[in-house]
Design a protein around this ligand. Structure first.
Ligand SMILES: Cc1ncc(COP(=O)(O)O)c(C=O)c1O
Length: 495
């Protein structure tokens, strides 16, 4: 059906009255839609803007504005002395499809995803809630010294420094790279200089760039089983096959069959295994390093929260023990500062420093330079160290409160791991206790208790348990929140 009178057509479409879409916009949209749905054919002549305005009872300006916008976007054309016409926007011909083609779009969207995309979405581990009892891995962001941060930020805004507002230097803002190198040498015994430090948006991006620059599609990577879900997601999405390596009290425990098939990468969290919390023993560390050197394997060390160790000094990094430049070290400010900052760092062997700096720039154009400048000051003025000290004391207190709450409800038959460091505890549950069901029931009651079994690669190897983050729960809420969770666990315990 074609439109006989543009005025009648528009009278049915436009709505007058305060508060809605402006009239000129409504006219523009109605004509545009009519052209796209072929109600107005190419070559059709429109009334002059003066006639249209009079017939619709609107101002001439309103009609002119709508026409001008449509002319600017190519829907209408003016012919000198003749008037305004619908432009010919017929697309170039494309070859016909055969008759039994599948529909182009799937309403659910699922069949549109690539195999890797579908796997990523189906196995997604990310939580829909990022705050509150007992969200693991999230620091108490309410205690972040925002006044200091805002003073440093204002200092940078007061001066006009184009280099902070444009794309960053390859590898990141140099003073931050230098501050991170100093910090890592001193606090984590990492062997590095500023040029080896590459600033990223966090561990996810660090892993992504390592795999993109050093891996080939189809390579394999050993991952701890259980491990951080993000590690598997990034590897899978880049076509790298994760191979599950079980962990025991000393960390990754390779079997003979594993050792006979060297992977391209070994992903490990040696200072604080995620999520179980053990520290990789010295002999396993040495064995991994020797194996990596002799088989030319890359070790990717995830050192996500080693700053928070209670009772004993933080342990040195694996990178610091490496004599053959086989370790890529990843760290983050997500736990020591706040996750929304999205700044992390990657330390690469000296020989790869230039390639990685260029790679990050080429793929992501760096990350937020302005925030990097504030972060550099925050570190060099000593605020970073004192914030960590303060939070460590607080988290140690919260850990004790959670341990006491657990002891109040459960006897020693319940196993607790990860109580020496980090931001969460792992509470082991007996095999007949369905941690997914408990987690769902807890979520319905407003509590996050992430199921341990989801962190394993397969159901066969999985153990049941709950990850309980205490860092972002105010002291007085830990006991009451755990009381509620304990009732849910007990209700499932009998099953
Ligand atoms: C083991 C582990 N690695 C990496 C990350 C993510 O780090 P980022 O925020 O720097 O991407 C997390 C976050 O919880 C984690 O637990």
């Amino acid at each position: 059906m074609r439109i006989a009178s543009l005025t009648d057509f528009l009278l049915m479409r436009i709505e007058r009255g305060a508060g809605g879409t402006p009239l000129n916009r409504q006219i523009y949209q109605a004509i545009r839609e009519a052209i796209l749905s072929q109600l107005l054919p190419a070559g059709w002549q429109l009334p002059s803007s003066r006639d249209l305005a009079r017939e619709l009872g609107i101002s001439r300006n309103t009609a002119t504005y709508a026409y001008e916008q449509l002319i600017a976007e190519g829907y209408l054309e003016t012919r000198t002395g003749a008037g305004t016409f619908i432009a010919d926007t017929t697309p170039d011909r494309i070859p016909e499809l055969g008759s039994n083609q599948p529909p182009l779009t799937d309403p659910s969207g699922e069949s549109e995803l690539s195999a890797q995309g579908a796997q990523l979405i189906q196995q997604a581990g990310v939580s829909d809630l990022q705050w509150g009892a007992f969200m693991p891995g999230v620091p108490d962001v309410t205690l972040f010294p925002h006044k200091i941060w805002s003073r440093l930020q204002n200092k940078h805004w007061r001066r006009s420094r184009p280099e902070l507002l444009t794309y960053g230097d390859a590898g990141g803002y140099l003073p931050l790279r230098a501050a991170v190198a100093d910090y890592l040498r001193m606090a984590r015994s990492v062997n590095c200089n500023a040029a080896q430090v590459i600033i990223t948006t966090g561990i996810h991006q660090s892993l992504d760039i390592v795999v993109k620059l050093l891996g080939e599609h189809g390579d394999s990577a050993w991952v701890e089983d259980p491990c951080y879900w993000g590690t598997r997601s990034v590897l899978n999405s880049l076509g790298i096959k994760p191979v599950a390596i079980p962990v025991d009290a000393e960390g990754m425990r390779m079997r003979q069959a594993d050792l006979l098939q060297p992977p391209r990468f070994i992903c490990a969290s040696p200072s604080h295994q995620y999520p179980l919390g053990m520290v990789m023993s010295l002999s396993r560390r040495r064995m991994l390093l020797e194996y990596a050197a002799s088989r030319k394997v890359w070790i990717i060390e995830d050192d996500y929260d080693s700053e928070f160790r209670y009772g004993s000094r933080p342990l040195a990094s694996l990178q610091g023990m490496d004599r053959h430049e086989r370790v890529l070290y990843m760290g983050t400010f997500s736990k020591t500062m706040f996750p929304g900052l999205r700044i992390g760092f990657l330390v690469v062997p000296e020989a790869l420093a230039g390639a990685f700096a260029t790679g990050v720039s080429e793929l992501y154009r760096g990350s937020q330079v302005f925030m990097q400048a504030i972060m550099a000051d925050f570190m060099s003025e000593g605020h970073f160290a004192s914030h960590i000290r303060r939070m460590r004391l607080l988290y140690a207190e919260r850990l004790q409160l959670l341990q006491a709450a657990i002891a109040h409800h459960f006897d020693e038959r319940i196993t607790l791991t990860g109580g020496e460091a980090g931001l969460h505890l792992t509470l082991g549950l007996p095999a007949q206790c369905d941690d997914l069901a408990i987690s769902r029931a807890a979520r319905a009651a407003g509590i996050v208790a992430r199921p341990l079994s989801r962190y394993y690669m397969s159901a066969d190897s999985a153990h049941n348990g709950l990850l309980l983050g205490y860092a972002c729960v105010p002291n007085e809420q830990i006991g009451p929140a755990f009381d509620r969770l304990a009732n849910i666990i007990k209700a499932h315990w009998r099953c």
